[in-house]
Design a protein around this ligand. Structure first.
Ligand code: FAD
Length: 425
């Protein structure tokens, strides 16, 4: 049962709609209301920045389906025994107690864009003057024939944090020497482009640490190339020789389907038998974005690159994996960066604060083996066409061990910093 406070629901929808005619910061009655759907990397950051920077001038409500949030970022390190599950799980208490954010713990079923209200699954409506939507991704289950939500209990995707993360870890720990892991990698665009390949590195790390000499990891990829490919392939050869095999579409010829009852992954080339099968299906914006008409034919949500404002509705902003991010990858770093731009724009709309030109940044770190970290990143600006990169960097093959260790240590600092930035201190 969601906890609904008087602050969140004590306002009449009709009056809210009428009030929109005048700038909210000039209104006599009550504070303007900023509402956020999704308490992950994008949504919780936006809620915190709006509450922190607008102080008492803005009423901020965060709607989140789950009581706790397990980060997908660093979940691969949990699989590799570099992190505990608790260390990647975060709550919302600080956002409530230190920033005065009203938390509505429940599932948003729809957005009534005419009334400017979020419709909760159990009935209540949350009125807003500006809404920020950051629901992450949902899966296109049948993008891999034979796969389904039910099948994910046997062949976990583990591409959303929580129970799936633990399920994949328990299956990984049960793999015996001589057994085979098969990963079906996702097509573009998907959350965390280097994520599948960092995950394979962590699979290999665990098998190697257990002394396996005959286990294999096969990646069936629908893409002809993948993020940081040279770095990962160099690392696999160096640390896990002969253990990892990657098959692109030129080799496997197409993914025919999976069979959860037998553990088989059938391709045009061959049928691969997995003792553990990790299927990461194609992705689209989180379902609420589709229900609300915020997504287009790509499955994701078009936004104004200068502000993250939805191209479908001036009162709504979309950040994170659900949006069409131009040159940016779908990552927590990107979602956090986009959320700050959107929070600034919403404060500009609602309390008249100054709005600066949009700047964004991203870095994605990946761990290949103990102390062997690599990274890729860029800076971006909003242009009329898209979010465009202005400068890029990437780790180099052949780097010395000291550089790689420093890169890994940088990622530890990033995780600590970004989770404080998202969930508050
Ligand atoms: C294995 C893996 C490794 C990764 N590693 C990295 C990394 O190293 N660095 C990096 O930057 N990124 C990484 N990522 C990507 C990162 O996790 C995502 O890009 C990021 O979480 C996106 O943030 P978001 O706010 O869009 O969505 P999310 O963080 O998924 O948050 C969405 C939230 O919305 C809630 N929600 C959705 N719909 C509703 C609704 N209708 N009502 C109420 N609540 C709702 C969900 O419960 C969830 O809490 C990784 C991802 C994976 C899978």
């Amino acid at each position: 049962m969601p906890k609904l406070t008087r602050r969140a629901f004590g306002l009449v929808a009709g009056a809210a709609a009428a009030n929109l005619a005048m700038p909210a910061y000039l209104r006599a009655q009550g504070k303007p209301r900023a509402v956020v759907v999704g308490g992950g990397a994008g949504g919780a950051t936006a809620a915190r920045y709006m509450a922190k920077d607008a102080g008492d001038e803005l009423d901020v409500t965060l709607i989140e389906a789950n009581p706790k949030y397990t980060t997908c970022f660093f979940s691969n390190l949990y699989l590799g025994d570099f992190r505990t599950f608790d260390s990647i799980t975060h709550g919302y208490n600080t956002l409530q107690s230190n920033y005065g954010i009203t938390l509505v713990n429940g599932f948003a079923e729809a957005i009534d864009r005419d009334a400017n209200e979020v419709v909760m699954a159990d009935g209540p409506r949350v009125p807003y003057d500006r809404l920020l939507v950051s629901p992450g991704i949902d899966f296109i289950w049948d993008s891999v024939p034979g796969y389904s939500e039910e099948a994910s209990e046997i062949m976990p995707h583990s591409w959303k944090g929580g129970a799936q993360t633990k399920l994949l870890k328990s299956k990984l720990d049960a793999v015996e020497d001589g057994q085979q892991i098969v990963m079906v990698a996702p097509p573009n665009p998907f959350r965390c482009p280097p994520g599948p390949y960092e995950r394979v590195s962590m699979f290999a790390h665990v098998l190697k640490a257990k002394g396996h000499t005959d286990s294999r990891i096969v990646i069936i990829d629908p893409k002809p190339t993948f993020s940081k490919q040279g770095l990962f392939e160099e690392g696999w050869e160096k640390h896990y020789p002969g253990m990892v095999e990657w098959y692109g579409p030129d080799v496997h010829g197409g993914i025919v389907g999976v069979d959860p009852s037998t553990g088989e992954v059938e391709t045009d080339l061959d049928t691969f038998q997995g003792d553990l099968v990790n299927v990461i299906p194609a992705q689209k914006a989180g379902n609420i974005a589709h229900v609300a008409g915020l997504a287009n034919e790509t499955g994701f949500c078009p936004i104004d690159p200068h502000s993250m404002r939805s191209k479908m509705d001036d009162n709504i902003f979309v950040v994170g994996d659900a949006c069409i991010p131009g040159d940016m990858p779908k990552s927590a770093f990107s979602a956090n960066s986009q959320a700050k731009v959107a929070a600034m724009a919403i404060r500009g709309d609602l309390v008249g604060s100054r709005v600066f030109p949009a700047k964004y940044s991203n870095t994605c770190w990946s761990l290949i083996e103990t102390d062997d970290g690599v990274k890729v990143g860029a800076q971006y600006v909003g242009t009329d066409e898209k979010i465009s990169s202005t400068s890029k960097f990437i780790s180099q093959t052949g780097e010395d061990a000291g550089t790689r260790k420093a890169t890994y240590e940088e990622s530890l600092g990033w995780y600590s910093g970004i989770t404080s930035d998202i969930f508050g201190v």
